[in-house]
Design a protein around this ligand. Structure first.
Ligand code: NAD
Length: 435
């Protein structure tokens, strides 16, 4: 295990982490967003450096015995970007694209998301470079358990609390919780969130990110003068976030014309029959080949003439080369980091309202917080209670971001990042620097 370890509250920027010269990608986008917020808030370079560098990074090797007896070596990371407002919080991603810079960016966005929604956490993210579709369930369980055991020194209910992300789910969280609990000698429900409900998960957690995306989408549509019941939408990604977002949009009366996954997309000018599409996906594992629609490629889907576009797959899908063709009036970021900095500028020039990831997809971390609170108290809330509290938090965050955007005359992303960075910087200031 290699670790760069800075104590919470300490102001040292990592000397091994380049802060200004990294290659284009999510980390550069995240740092440019931070740079804009720091400048608007009038903070100095020291504050930028401190907030741009992760507090702690752990990279581990994960030897996996495959089902055929051969051994393969995988690499995993856990990055804790900031710990000043509480334990670190963030998902665990299983994807072949995972690298340390991606995990660093995602961890930074988690810090801002937690601060913006005022949940008492810092930000973290984990990733294992693996394509989960190529491995059996028992192989994935072994990968998860070994990864958990390698990062055990830095996680725990008061240190860092993982959750599901791309390629992971409630089963992954159950294995993590069990591995941590066995090593601790007692059951530790609060070490992860997004667990199965039967194992201390929260009612309403599985749908929380999608519900939050749709709360903000409906508010944003109304904000631009578009009544949701006469609006149309396209959703990229049909996993945990995109599938629920499409369903809840449909339930709210928005006509979802197109969706896609990594294999391709489908389009129906009259609106997709979501129930039939979900049944098709349950049977085949992909939206492609759905009889009730025409095929559509990813580029065309992003440029469809719809009111609302929800990218809910991966980072960087809206970039300098395709942002000019976006015709939606509102983009609501279900995914983390789907819009590059250059695309952000172009969309603003075109008058497209972009609801940033740290607001739009924060429903997941809000209900993760509720799950952690319930687990720590061993007292469980009803689904209606979870959803009502989530709706309150999302509505309040939307209003705060809108007000900040109006006050500063800046895009929603800059406003949201400013609000979040100010809260984190305030926590640093109040805690002071440990020598
Ligand atoms: P998931 O693995 O459940 O689903 C991902 C979906 O995206 C799949 O349908 C996959 O086929 C599709 N996809 C992948 N690459 C694609 C591409 N190039 N084009 C089109 N589709 C593609 O993952 P998820 O949990 O739904 O996460 C999606 C995004 O939402 C990620 O950016 C994640 O970080 C973010 N997010 C997730 C949560 C959560 O609670 N799961 C919370 C906040 C943010």
């Amino acid at each position: 295990m290699t670790a760069v370890d800075h104590r919470p509250g300490a102001a040292t920027a990592s000397t091994t982490t380049p802060l200004t010269t990294e290659a284009p990608g999510p980390l550069q986008d995240a740092r440019e967003q931070l740079r804009s917020a720091v400048e608007l808030l009038g903070y100095d370079e020291g504050m930028f450096q401190m907030l741009a560098a992760p507090r702690r990074e752990v990279t581990v090797s994960i030897p996996l015995r495959r089902d055929d007896g051969s051994v393969e070596l995988l690499t995993g990371h856990r990055v804790q970007h900031n710990l000043s407002r509480g334990p670190a919080k963030g998902g665990l991603r299983f994807s072949p694209e995972v690298d340390l810079d991606e995990v660093r960016a995602l961890a930074m966005w988690m810090t801002w998301k937690c601060a913006l929604l005022d949940v008492p956490y810092g930000g973290a993210k984990g990733g294992v470079a693996i394509d989960p579709r190529r491995y059996s369930t028992s192989e994935l369980e072994r990968v998860t358990r070994r990864y958990t055991s390698e990062i055990m020194p830095v996680i725990g209910p008061t240190k860092d609390i993982p959750a599901p992300d791309i390629g992971t789910d409630e089963d992954t969280m159950a294995w993590m919780m069990d591995t941590f609990s066995v090593a601790s000698g007692h059951t530790v429900l609060g070490v992860v969130t997004g667990k199965p409900v039967s194992l201390g998960g929260s009612l309403g957690r599985a749908s929380a990110t999608s519900r939050g995306v749709v709360y903000t989408a409906l508010a944003a549509l109304r904000h631009v003068g578009c009544e949701p019941t006469s609006a149309t939408a396209a959703v990229q990604g049909f996993g945990k976030v995109g599938r629920g977002a499409a369903r809840f949009l449909d339930e709210a009366g928005v006509r979802v014309l197109a969706v896609s996954d990594q294999y391709g997309g489908v389009h129906c000018a009259d609106g997709l029959d979501l129930a039939a599409l979900e049944a098709h996906v349950d049977e085949t594992g992909t939206v492609t080949g759905f009889a009730g629609a025409q095929p559509v490629d990813q580029a065309t889907l992003l440029a469809l003439d719809v009111d609302l576009l929800v990218p809910a797959a991966v980072e960087g899908v809206l970039h300098a080369d395709n942002a000019g063709s976006v015709r939606a009036r509102v983009v609501v970021e279900g995914a983390n980091g789907p819009t590059t900095t250059e695309a952000d500028r172009l969309l603003e020039e075109q008058g497209v309202l972009v609801v940033p990831d740290i607001l739009a997809n924060a429903g997941g971390v809000v209900v993760s917080y509720f799950e952690w609170v319930q687990a720590n108290q061993a007292y469980w809330w009803s689904e209606a209670e979870v959803e009502a509290r989530l709706a309150d938090r999302m509505a309040s965050a939307w209003q705060q971001v809108l007000a900040e955007s109006t006050r500063r005359q800046v895009p929603l992303r800059t406003a949201a990042t400013c609000l979040a960075v100010r809260r984190v910087a305030e926590a640093h200031r109040q805690r002071g620097l440990y020598p």
